[in-house]
Design a protein. Structure first.
Length: 362
């Protein structure tokens, strides 16, 4: 049977070679698969190398619609790969903490803005790699610091945090814990531009709503802000409210040092704060007592070994925090557990604030 110039056999072959792989790619894109079986997601999405050629073979006219997007994709891929392999990059330090690993990386000629992310690759082909070399695996991570000068001329240092959760991240963390100076580190990026212009929108108030590992992009913003105070190009001239929630001592352990350092750096000699802080301990059954407590953070410094970080008990009230922004041009950034992000989003729109969220999809 021939209908519109397509034979039944030809259509059957097209269905088997194109539709079935496409369906498999769609199924493995589901959130549960991505988060718990990342490598299944990654491998099945390599089937595009089969789908496109088979589509062109059976229907050459599709080339007209695919050639321009494909050329742009290949050009972007070439530029990212060339940048990753040709630009000098080195791993400065790897700091294993409870549940996360902090990497400090130096890259020559690297410029980025707050709230951006990079694609990171680590590999080792020498003796003792234990089969963990992953030269073709690229993982996205939020930049968790402001730019700093590296140890060598022209270098910029930045940090990322890798949470030990999910198949992909757990394997990558296992890989990171074996890192030595012999390992090769490559970086693609930076990528990402928030839908809300936090640094150039002229906002009177910026509210950073974060929880758990969702703190990482906000750390980059606050670090950049603190370091830009008094310069000709400040990150923001309005009021910045930093809100973060952690669950008990275990929740503060991975990021306590960065929080303490930024909290101390945000207070000038006159006692004025560049950033307003709302840190919350959401652990249940805290017992009776004051609504505020101080969490001791070990800074590993001889001059100031322990910093007492002021923390409030219980979850933050987004309604109360955002009601204080009434009548002011406000932007809200949210990153963290889905419930936190949803509550912050509802409160932001209820008070007429601009809103942007970052969601970890993998």
């Amino acid at each position: 049977m021939i209908k519109h110039g397509i034979t039944r056999d030809r259509f059957s072959r097209f269905f088997l070679l194109v539709f079935n792989p496409g369906t498999l790619m769609a199924v493995t894109s589901l959130s549960w698969v991505r988060r718990n079986h990342w490598y299944v997601f990654a491998v099945t999405h390599s089937l595009y190398a089969v789908v496109f050629p088979m589509a062109w073979i059976h229907y050459p006219s599709l080339m007209i619609f695919m050639v321009v997007p494909l050329c742009l994709y290949l050009l972007d891929l070439f530029m990212r790969e060339a940048s990753a392999y040709c630009t000098a990059t080195r791993l400065v330090a790897a700091d294993a903490r409870p549940g996360v690993t902090k990497l400090t990386i130096a890259r020559r000629g690297f410029a980025f803005k707050p709230l951006q992310y990079v694609l990171l690759n680590l590999s080792f082909d020498g003796e003792g790699s234990d089969g963990l070399a992953c030269s073709q695996q690229w993982h996205p991570f939020s930049i968790a610091s402001g730019p700093r000068e590296g140890g060598e001329q022209g270098e910029t240092e930045f940090t990322v945090f890798i949470k030990d959760q999910g198949e992909g991240a757990a394997r990558f963390t296992h890989l990171v814990q074996k890192v030595t100076p012999d390992w090769t580190v490559r970086v693609q990026g930076p990528f990402g531009a928030p839908s809300v212009p936090f640094t150039s929108g002229g906002y009177e108030r910026i509210v950073l709503c974060t929880g758990g590992v969702g703190i990482t992009p906000a750390l980059s913003f606050v670090d950049s802000l603190v370091n830009s105070v008094g310069t000709s190009e400040p990150v923001n001239e309005g009021v910045v409210l930093f809100v973060w929630s952690g669950r008990g001592a275990a929740g503060f352990a991975p990021f306590g040092k960065e929080l303490a350092q930024l909290h101390r750096a945000s207070v000038d000699a006159k006692g004025n704060c560049t950033v307003q802080w709302e840190l919350h301990n959401t652990e249940k059954d805290l017992g009776d007592g004051a609504a505020e407590e101080h969490v001791p953070i070990d800074l590993d410094s001889e001059e100031d070994p322990v910093y007492k970080l002021p923390v409030k008990r219980g979850r933050p009230s987004w309604e109360k925090l955002l009601s204080e922004c009434k009548g002011k041009k406000t932007a809200v950034f949210a990153c963290g557990p889905p419930q936190l992000v949803d509550e912050a989003e509802q409160a932001a729109y209820a008070h007429g604030a601009d809103f942007h969220k970052e969601v970890f999809m993998f």
